[in-house]
Design a protein around this ligand. Structure first.
Ligand SMILES: *[C@@H]1O[C@H](CO)[C@@H](O)[C@H](O)[C@H]1NC(C)=O
Ligand SMILES: *[C@@H]1O[C@H](CO)[C@@H](O)[C@H](O)[C@H]1NC(C)=O
Ligand SMILES: *[C@@H]1O[C@H](CO)[C@@H](O)[C@H](O)[C@H]1NC(C)=O
Length: 406
């Protein structure tokens, strides 16, 4: 990696905006127990263990933990709203997401007939009856003490979840009005728990002059901490886990812009090799963590999802899939990647006495990257299509079967 520590820190700031998930199908019954029983309707790839069922899971709620790849309003609630043109394609207004539309987590919610998740931090207009989102843009697995990232590390998100679980029940019993805004107690053991976090740890914790030993030690600390907090959530009664690995960071316009790599430092797609290697190193470790967690959490079904491969496939074969310019941000301005950290998506500046808004491209529906760090609604929808079918999951089960242990 050839960026200076400072460069990477700057990069990480921008990534403060990273988030996740996507698309609908069946599932309208919200409140029933996932039975491990019989009576299948739809077929699926899952030929699960003991019980014979292949009926879809019925998750009555979703609890999500992560960074901007899956933030649905947490950072906006804490630090100020995200302005236009964010949200323009799908919500037709800013919606607390660093995207022109939905994240993968939104498509996941749609697919189970669950409303889009309200951010735990958002005190206005929120409805947590079918889940809550603890993700905030910029979040890391490890508590941050060296950068100005989000303070809402995974440990804080865990604490918030624990409080939410406890106090939601206190208030449900206090007043009728809360019964329509907070989840039933039994939902906590029937919900899907989703995770997409780690990207900001990578951009924030590593520098080119670290020794291999330092890299190894840092990585193992990051992985130990994600393992600890997932296990802690299990200890509070969670049973169904859906864990995304991290994406190809080296393909993000803001990363490429910050590093100014030469021809030997990028692959045939144009992505930065060293950052993608770092992401894959993390993913390799995360997969081992998941194997360990399956032992430590005997009552849980834990699915690891290779989001890296899905996104890399999309970026490296963009044209084949109906997209263009995979490394060029849709919303931005300047440079080879249409990205400038001083004139980011939505920024306003004066030019010859006239106010300019850094706006979006002509057709975000054919673009993959939205603002240099995050994906478009169209790309997230495509990613969800791949992610739900089980081909990139370990065990290889569809999203709608994620309640079955292999
Ligand atoms: C910051 O965090 C790192 C990793 O958790 C730790 O090694 C380091 O001592 C901390 N630094 C300060 C100033 O607390
Ligand atoms: C919260 O959302 C649920 C599910 O969409 C709905 O049934 C409930 O009425 C909502 N609560 C309020 C107070 O609107
Ligand atoms: C690319 O950059 C690296 C690191 O600065 C350097 O070692 C290498 O010689 C450069 N390669 C070319 C072809 O310029």
């Amino acid at each position: 990696m050839h960026a200076s520590k400072q460069q990477l820190a700057i990069l990480s700031l921008a990534i403060v905006l990273i988030g996740m998930f996507v698309m609908p199908k069946c599932q309208l019954v919200l409140a029933t127990h996932q039975s491990l029983s019989t009576s299948s309707s739809s077929s699926s790839s899952s030929s699960s263990s003991s019980s014979s069922s292949s009926s879809s899971c019925e998750f009555p709620a979703i609890f999500n933990f992560g960074d901007s790849n899956s933030d649905t309003g947490g950072r906006a609630a804490a630090f100020g709203q995200i302005g236009p043109p964010h949200g323009e394609t799908f919500f037709h207004a800013p919606a607390g997401r660093y995207s022109d539309g939905r994240h993968v987590i939104d498509f996941i919610a749609e697919s189970f007939g669950v409303p889009y998740l309200s951010a735990y931090l958002d005190s206005v207009g929120s409805n947590f009856s079918h889940g809550a989102n603890f993700a905030t843009a910029g979040s890391t697995i490890r508590p941050q003490n060296t950068t100005s990232y989000s303070p809402f590390s995974l440990k804080i998100q865990y604490n918030q979840f624990r409080d939410f679980q406890q106090y939601s029940q206190v208030f449900r019993h206090k007043d009728e009005v809360f019964k329509k805004l907070l989840p039933k107690a039994k939902y906590f053991s029937k919900a899907l728990y989703t995770f997409d976090i780690g990207q900001n740890d990578l951009t924030g914790s590593f520098s080119p002059n670290m020794s291999p030993e330092q890299i190894k030690a840092t990585m193992s600390d990051i992985l130990d901490q994600i393992k600890t907090y997932i296990k802690s959530i299990y200890d509070l009664g969670a049973r169904y886990f859906w864990i995304h690995n991290t994406g190809p960071l080296g393909c993000l316009p803001y990363v490429l812009n910050g590093l100014s790599l030469n021809a030997t430092q990028v692959d045939q797609t144009g992505c930065g090799i060293s950052l993608n290697e770092l992401a894959q190193y993390f993913n390799f470790g995360l997969k081992k963590v998941v194997v360990q967690l399956r032992e430590d959490m005997p009552l849980a079904a834990v699915t690891y999802v290779d989001v890296y491969s899905i996104k890399y496939d999309l970026i490296s074969q963009a044209n084949k899939y109906g997209f263009i310019d995979p490394l060029i941000a849709c919303c931005g301005q300047g440079g080879k990647y249409n990205y400038d950290s001083h004139k980011g998506c939505g920024a306003r500046y004066m030019d010859h006495g006239k106010e300019i808004l850094v706006g979006s491209c002509k057709d975000p529906r054919v673009k993959i990257n939205w603002d240099g760090a995050h994906y478009t609604d169209a790309a997230n929808k495509w990613v969800f299509g791949r992610l739900e079918n089980g081909l990139y999951s370990d065990p290889p089960i569809q999203l709608r079967m994620a309640c079955y242990k292999q």
